[in-house]
Design a protein. Structure first.
Length: 230
């Protein structure tokens, strides 16, 4: 096994401004440099320098859309690594009611790169296994194929993607697994398209569970608190 330079990657993530950019990009959306500069609280030129370092370090990649350039997490492996680091990172100090509310929102429902996390993600993971949609070896059953098709999820397309199909991902707020992999990404996209979840804001990965989403999740057997409608 080749030696790896953990210090180089640690130095990239260790800068507070770059860490805030990466955290915003863990929402799964590609963001412009100007948006990331605002989120990180730095000027445009400083943001460009940070993003260049993150790109050269393989943590982000650039997506061109016409004359515009957007940045996103470089891939699911990077997203998984950043989520894993959250397991050992200390929580940010909460100094205002707004920060407290945002922390609670993240804990309830958020995106972990491109899949559902938080209390809702853990509840969905458990319900899919309990309902018999997913085996404990993380394969989809015939009942799961039928149920997910009803949600508009193409299981075959998810299986064909060049990444892990379905696996557990330890949730850093719940300390229990939620579902990760291409299947989880397809499910999350499907639930957002169905209007079960909506983004709370453009610069946060927190999600809001709608009334339709709460009813649908509970019909599957998900144990959700009344705070779901907040």
């Amino acid at each position: 096994m080749h030696d790896t330079d953990l210090a180089a990657t640690g130095a990239l993530i260790g800068d507070p401004s770059r860490a805030r950019m990466l955290d915003a990009l863990m929402g799964g959306r590609a963001l412009a440099a100007g948006e990331l500069a605002r989120i990180a609280g730095v000027g445009a030129s400083t943001a460009s320098e940070h993003l260049a370092r993150l790109r050269d370090g393989g943590l982000v990649e650039v997506v061109a859309h016409g004359r515009h350039r957007y940045y996103r997490i470089a891939g699911p492996d990077v997203g998984a690594a950043l989520e894993a680091l959250s397991q050992v990172a200390p929580p940010r100090p909460v100094r205002s009611l707004r920060q407290s509310g945002h922390a609670q929102a993240l804990g309830f429902a958020r995106t972990c790169y491109d899949h559902l996390a938080g209390a809702c993600g853990v509840a969905l993971h458990d319900a899919m296994i309990d309902r018999g949609w997913l085996t404990r070896a993380y394969d989809v059953t015939p009942a799961g194929h039928a149920g997910l098709a009803g949600w508009g999820v193409d299981v075959g397309a998810a299986r064909a993607r060049r990444r892990s199909f379905a696996r557990p991902c330890l949730d850093w707020t719940e300390r229990r697994p939620h579902l990760a992999g291409s299947l989880a990404a397809g499910i999350t996209d499907g639930l957002v398209e169905r209007g079960w979840f909506v983004r709370r804001s453009a610069d946060s990965r927190a999600l809001r569970l709608t009334d339709a989403g709460r009813a649908g999740m509970q019909a599957l057997g998900c144990d959700l608190s009344p705070s779901a409608t907040r």
